[in-house]
Structures are given as structure tokens and as C-alpha cells.
Ligand binder design. Structure first.
Ligand SMILES: *Cc1c(COP(=O)(O)O)cnc(C)c1O
Length: 377
């Protein structure tokens, strides 16, 4: 019999989700608006302290609307984390603007403040900065925000992977002018698919909701003075989100346990280093990742293949955007002044370990034993 599948990060439902979904059915609120949408927004506002929230169909939609609100358009430069998933920067190109990729730094794997500062020397007038909190680890927000303020450029926080992570006691996603969260299937909580735009500015949030509902002017007839989008979250989906949010802290605690367990289990293997956390924050540990010392003969592919043999799901580290064929035409500001890229190095040496909160102690033992065996332990 094939061994049971061990997942990277799959949805974990609790029953509360079904209750809210049932309510939507019972009241026939099966629509892109309704009480679950409103309540999910209020509950997210309360949980994160984000001020105001607009529930959307995806995190990507939230990034897109953030750029629309800032008036980003053709030819505008936007500084964006290079070491991320393509959803972070695709919306820049939707608007025919120009992404400039900013390398990661080794301490947190997030946008390097030094590279960001150097980018301003080359492009003095970017329209926005989009910074990611990769794998749930908060970026160096103090430094990044100081640079953005100095140059008077708005910051958008892509907190798609870091819902529940805090930096200096405040939630990631609530520091920038705008923040975004994702509820895609593999994220720390999920609505199957969905996202949220958040901001301390009530007017901006209202405008995001307006653009997300086809930019319909307040008139009895269908009147439009602007181009809009169909980006709103549905009332059924929001019901799943409400049920999930009740369990977010529990998910985070379990993710942190998984990370701690891996770190402890590999502590005696000098070739393995776990992904960094930020001492100024409290990470949700969405995915536990490891890198292998560059001198070591064991490659990430070898470890992933071996874990596949015990039916454990892994994933390579995100491939940096400046290495993606589709973004080859855009500029990249590396961490090292001689051109060396931190993101490319981590990509070459890293992998994501199974980080599913349903992993049993036996699953964890199997994964850990399998990885250790790769290193002759
Ligand atoms: C998942 C993710 C997104 C996109 O969110 P969707 O809800 O899937 O559109 C954006 N940025 C990062 C870093 C992500 O991991």
C-alpha cells in the first residue's frame, strides 16, 4: 500500500467554516456581497488592527487595486521584492508600468534596505515600493519605511504569506500605506481563493471596494465614469474565511512548532540552515525552509527526490523574478555591489519542507529521519 501523502501546506477546516457557509445558503446570500463579507472585513480589521479592509477575489487583485489607487501607469517605475512569487509583480505589468527588482538580504530573505537605497540612486522617482514578507518572516520594516519616507514614496506590503506575523508587536500588512493578504488554498488560512486589501485610510479602502465592484457610480441606473473590475469576494467564500480566522492563532502556533522541531532536529547537521526569522518580529512560520551549505555535495533536488519516495510533498524555493524569462527585460538591483544575488543563491541551495499543520508526530519523525539520512545521519 502506498504511504499516505504528507502535504506541504494544505487547507485545514474545523467545522466553523461550514456553519457560516450554511448560513449564507439558508438566507440565500449566495452573492458577491452579504453579511459574511461585511463581517469578515470587520473581523480582519479587529484581528490585524489594519484600520479598514476590503474583501476581494484574490491577493493579486488586492495588489492590482493598490497600484490603481496610487495612479501607477504606463512607464512608471515600481520597486518590488525580487525574491517572491510572480503574483507580487504581475499587476505592475498589467498597468504597463516598469518593475525594478530589489534583491533580498541574508538576514530575513526579504527586500534588502541597502539595495533599495541604491535603487533610488539609479531611479530617483519610483511611484511605489512593494515589499514582501516571504514565508511569513517580517521584512526589515523600520529600515524600509525610513527609506520610503525619506524619498516620499508609498509602501505596499505584500503580506500574502505572513497573515498573523507581527513586527515590533504590530501585524505585517498594517505598516505600509496599503497592505494585502491572500486566502489562497495553501496559505495559513484559506477561503479556497480570496484576498484582502487593507489600509488605515477609510477613503482608499472605500475606493478599492468601488473599483472591485465594476466602478459603479452612485446612481439608480448603471452609470460608469471609470473602468472597474469584478474583484469582490463572494458571501459564501467569506463564510469560509470567518470560520478560518477563528483558528488562525492556532494555525500559527502549530506552524511555529513545526519550524522549531525541524530546527532542533537538524541542529547537529552543519550543512543545513533553516530559513531566517526576524528577531524584531514574530513570524507565522507559514513554510519551513532549509538551505544546504554550498560546499556540500547533497543538492536540494536530492533531498526533494528522497522525500518524494516517502510520499512527502516539498517545493523548491521561489525562483527570483530577475531569473524569470518573462521579466528578463527589467532591471535588477543586487544585494552585492559586484552583482552577486542573495535570492539566486538561496534559490540554488534551498527547499521548502512539508509544513502542513495536520502532520502527525509520526509524519514529522519520518520527514526528519529521511532528511537526516540524506546527510548520513
Ligand atoms: C499567494 C501569494 C500572492 C497572491 O495571492 P493570490 O490570493 O493567490 O492571488 C501574492 N504574493 C505572494 C508573495 C504570495 O505568496
Amino acid at each position: 500500500m502506498e504511504r499516505k501523502r504528507i502535504y506541504l501546506s494544505s487547507p485545514t477546516m474545523h467545522g466553523d467554516e461550514q456553519r457560516y457557509v450554511q448560513e449564507a445558503f439558508d438566507t440565500n446570500w449566495v452573492a458577491p456581497l452579504g453579511p459574511n463579507v461585511n463581517a469578515f472585513e470587520r473581523e480582519m480589521e479587529e484581528y490585524t488592527g489594519c484600520g479598514h479592509a476590503s474583501a476581494l477575489s484574490s491577493g493579486t487583485a488586492a495588489i492590482h487595486l493598490s497600484l490603481k489607487l496610487l495612479g501607477v501607469g504606463r512607464g512608471d517605475v515600481v520597486f518590488v521584492s525580487d525574491f517572491t512569487f510572480s503574483a507580487t509583480c504581475n499587476p505592475i505589468v498589467y498597468e504597463a508600468a516598469t518593475p525594478v527588482f530589489i534583491d533580498a538580504e541574508p538576514d530575513t530573505w526579504n527586500m534588502s534596505p541597502e539595495a533599495l537605497e541604491r535603487a533610488f540612486a539609479k531611479y530617483p522617482n519610483p511611484k511605489a515600493v512593494i515589499c514582501v514578507h516571504l514565508y511569513g518572516t517580517p521584512a526589515k520594516l523600520d529600515e524600509i519605511m525610513a527609506i520610503c519616507e525619506k524619498h516620499n514614496v508609498p509602501l505596499i506590503e505584500d503580506a500574502a504569506e505572513s497573515l498573523g506575523s507581527t513586527y515590533r508587536g504590530k501585524h505585517t500588512g498594517t505598516y505600509g500605506k496599503y497592505g494585502i493578504y491572500s486566502f489562497n488554498g495553501n496559505k495559513i488560512i484559506t477561503t479556497s481563493g480570496g484576498g484582502m486589501f487593507v489600509s488605515q485610510e477609510e477613503e482608499a479602502t472605500k475606493r478599492a471596494t468601488f473599483l472591485a465592484t465594476q466602478a459603479r457610480d452612485p446612481a439608480r441606473h448603471y452609470q460608469h465614469s471609470q473602468i472597474g473590475y469584478n474583484y469582490r469576494m463572494s458571501n459564501v467564500t467569506a463564510g469560509i474565511g470567518r470560520g478560518q480566522l477563528m483558528h488562525l492563532e492556532e494555525h500559527k502556533a502549530r506552524k511555529k512548532e513545526i519550524y522549531a522541531q525541524y530546527r532542533e532536529a537538524f541542529a547537529d547537521i552543519p550543512e543545513i540552515t533553516m530559513n531566517p526569522l526576524n528577531p524584531d518580529g514574530d513570524a507565522n512560520c507559514w513554510l519551513s525552509c532549509m538551505t544546504i551549505d554550498g560546499e556540500c555535495k547533497i543538492t536540494p533536488d536530492m533531498v526533494m527526490d528522497t522525500l518524494q519516495e516517502v510520499n512527502a510533498e516539498t517545493r523548491p524555493i521561489w525562483k527570483p523574478m530577475h531569473l524569470q524569462p518573462v521579466f528578463a527585460a527589467y532591471d535588477f538591483i543586487p544585494y552585492h555591489e559586484d552583482g552577486g544575488s542573495v535570492g539566486a543563491d538561496i534559490f540554488a541551495r534551498g527547499l521548502c519542507l512539508p509544513s502542513d499543520i495536520k502532520n502527525t508526530p509520526e509524519d514529522m519523525e519520518l520527514i526528519i529521519g529521511t532528511v537526516r539520512a540524506c546527510f548520513g545521519k
